[in-house]
Design a protein around this ligand. Sequence first.
Ligand SMILES: [Zn+2]
Length: 240
Amino acid sequence: MLHDESRALVVDPGDPQPVIKALQRLGVKLEAILVTHHHPDHTGGVKALRESTGAAVFGPARETIPEPLTRLQDHDLVMALGLSFKVIDIPGHTAGHIAYFCESNEGSPLLFCGDTLFSGGCGRLFEGTPAQMLASLDRLAALPEATRVCCTHEYTLSNLKFALAVDPHNEALIRYMESAQALRDNGQPTLPSSLALELQINPFLRSRLPALIRAAQSFDEKAHDEVSHFAALRQWKNQF
Ligand SMILES: [Zn+2]
């Protein structure tokens, strides 16, 4: 949830109840619901929240989302809370997955990337190909390094265990594992992350680097190009 002390927006409400409680606690009105993709743990609260608050719903052009909603595709702009969010098509996890990027909010850019980019990892390929996912991650990686990465699951520690297995000599990654573990031990989230950090530690943004290519080839000796190196890492993570 993002709010300005009078209005709020939420991204991918899987469950309406925590949102309703937060709106009441903060005394803010829900203005918009932004949906990144069709999975039920991202859309389960949409209908109840729209009906109880009258919030406008935005979602991807080509996925089944509870109607009515404004359907969005690449380069569309959404206004909410007086902020402008640019839509970026990022297929891979699902076929029509989108992200929302705000150039500036409280001094730094903001990215809502759903289940595509996680801290230390990326989403599973349920509907897209490795080539699509790699291209989608490339688009996100090209955003400003100061971008705060608001992904939709706290998978960081389990992602970092895999990241350390494939990139064990990465000092930034070793340090991040320690700080993320300390946050979780204190019941704190590791999120949002930042693009600058992800570029240093996330194996799925680093799959073209020699250490990650060697790791990919140790899993799949037939991997021979950037897409198959990426695919090998994603496949390895599925079994990890
Ligand atoms: Zn999903």
